[in-house]
Design a protein around this ligand. Structure first.
Ligand SMILES: C=CC1=C(C)c2cc3[nH]c(cc4nc(cc5[nH]c(cc1n2)c(C)c5CCC(=O)O)C(CCC(=O)O)=C4C)c(C)c3C=C
Ligand code: FE2
Ligand code: FE2
Length: 348
């Protein structure tokens, strides 16, 4: 890489790769989070429904292969490492390997497009903990900025929504609701970060890119205690409401909050929301997440090159500008509020 950086680290969430991984994975995800045990068991069922395998790890492997090619073809020959928060390869093991390989300073690409405790600060805490575990020889790691408004993230989603619109007869298109979904988070978490404002910006950009006015930001994958307010409306509640209020024939759903079609997309959207639409007689068109779209892979290279350049061209769309490279001290702070009944939650 440059004099400063000698590797790239892809930092992600991780997912189980077999039925026996599911419970220990979920114990890792929910450690310290006030989420009822029943919700954990419900999510375990979703994973078991898919043979206990989340596609997220395979999707990250594919992203890394595509990125290796992209970097090599642009003259960069530095290695790419990959470490997860919740499942193997875990960050501490990856950082130990990096140290053994002599890596001193790496850039980190987080697979979250938006700022939130889980998508920003918690990953930085995970890295700090892994560095402590590895000790003095652990590499120094700098995070790449969030990319919610980067053209390389927005343009592939414009393409995927456009191809959904084209499946709908022209006369029905203007009335078709375009629902953008993102992971619901506790209101108390949303209050301390730019998650919602950034999501709204990305939704506006994608909707403008396809010239479609009838769009809404809704949420999925809520995991909170019923006593705690989380971001709403839920995607299924909203589809039900839309159906009650008017004759809806089609709906387009884009999981704009995620970069790949992992299990939360396959279950919460492609299974649950689709079943609801089928029941209501609505045709659901699911727009693809960015995955390994060449523009998205190119974006990661451009974000890396930004950090290597003395006079970077920091691309962004809309009016929020490129996000910070270095998180301020209070970036994405969150202290979970415990639900009133701790007996509900084994993890409390
Ligand atoms: C308190 C907040 C959250 C709880 C509880 C929670 C539980 C939970 N999440 C998953 C699976 C995934 N979560 C992902 C991302 C993600 N999760 C939260 C918050 C909570 N999740 C946030 C804020 C985010 C970041 C969104 C983003 O910007 O990416 C992901 C995607 C990770 C990725 O794409 O890299 C998954 C998968 C489970 C199974 C779970 C427990 C029930
Ligand atoms: Fe989550
Ligand atoms: Fe942050």
């Amino acid at each position: 890489m440059s004099a400063n950086y000698d590797a790239l680290l892809v930092v992600s969430f991780g997912g189980p790769e077999g039925p026996e991984d599911v419970m220990p994975f979920l114990e890792n995800v929910l450690r310290g989070k006030p989420v009822p045990r029943e919700r954990m068991l419900e999510v375990a069922e979703h994973y078991q429904h898919f043979g206990g395998v989340s596609p997220i790890n395979e999707q990250n492997r594919q992203l890394i292969v595509a990125l290796e090619q992209e970097l090599r073809s642009h003259g960069h020959d530095f290695p790419i490492y990959w470490g997860n928060r919740n499942w193997h390869p875990l960050l501490a093991d990856t950082l130990r390997q990096m140290a053994d390989d002599g890596v001193k300073q790496a850039l980190a690409f987080f697979t979250s497009a938006y700022s939130s405790y889980s998508g920003c600060r918690q990953y930085r805490e995970d890295i700090a903990r892994a560095q402590e575990t590895v000790g003095k020889k652990a590499p120094q790691i700098d995070k790449i900025r969030v990319f919610f408004n980067h053209p390389g993230f927005v343009e592939p989603m414009i393409e995927s929504v456009q191809s959904c619109l084209e499946q709908i007869p022209e006369e029905r298109r203007p009335a078709t609701p375009l629902l953008f979904t993102a992971h619901s988070i506790p209101n108390g978490m949303a209050d301390n970060c730019n998650y919602v404002a950034q999501l709204q910006q990305t939704c506006r950009l994608v909707a403008a890119g396809v010239s479609h006015d009838k769009w809404e930001l809704v949420y999925q994958s809520r995991s909170g205690s019923p006593h705690q307010p989380w971001l709403e409306p839920d995607v299924c509640d909203r589809i039900q409401e839309l159906h009650s209020g008017q004759a809806v024939t089609d709906v387009i759903v884009l999981p704009i909050g995620f970069i790949s079609d992992h299990l939360e997309v396959l279950f919460d959207i492609d299974t649950e929301a689709k079943e609801l639409c089928d029941k209501l007689g609505i045709t659901m068109h699911r727009a693809a997440t960015v995955g390994t779209h060449p523009k998205f892979v190119e974006m990661i290279r451009l974000l890396i090159e930004e950090r290597l350049s003395e006079s970077p061209n920091r691309l962004s769309l809309g009016d929020m500008g490129p996000s910070h490279d270095v998180c301020p001290i209070d970036c994405c702070l969150y202290s979970p509020v415990r639900p009133p009944s701790p007996s509900q939650n084994k993890n409390d």
